[in-house]
Design a protein around this ligand. Structure first.
Ligand SMILES: [Zn+2]
Ligand SMILES: [Zn+2]
Length: 116
């Protein structure tokens, strides 16, 4: 039984796409790390890889930047609150309440990050 290229019905071939198993001639193949691919599968793979790496780098950079600013801000806020309460001699429950509010803000923020 003669196998012909899916694209060129008059060309015999022994090659086939490693992803979709379509028979392909050597004009219609794209070499990849996982073997021979047809042009359809080859063109699906490439832009997806580029999109993932580029947007992932941007996302990680922006998230880590926002996160470090946020942590720095919250950390100094906690220090200011605790120091002020100590200096003013206020009751401890005020400090505990402030810490609870800050913890809540943290939890909401982590929820947003995980949701992304
Ligand atoms: Zn294919
Ligand atoms: Zn072909």
């Amino acid at each position: 039984m003669m196998v012909t290229c899916y694209n060129h019905k008059n060309i015999e071939t022994v090659l086939s796409c490693s992803r979709c198993n379509k028979p392909v001639c050597n004009k219609c193949t794209i070499d990849s790390f996982v073997g021979i691919k047809c042009k359809d599968c080859g063109s699906i793979g490439k832009p997806a890889i580029l999109n993932i790496t580029f947007t992932d780098i941007l996302r990680v950079l922006s998230l880590s930047l926002v996160f470090s600013i946020f942590v720095g801000f919250i950390y100094s806020l906690i220090l200011v609150i605790i120091l002020n309460i100590d200096l003013l001699g206020n009751i401890q429950s005020t400090a505990l309440m402030s810490l609870r509010v800050i913890t809540l803000i943290f939890l909401v923020f982590f929820g947003v990050v995980n949701g992304e």
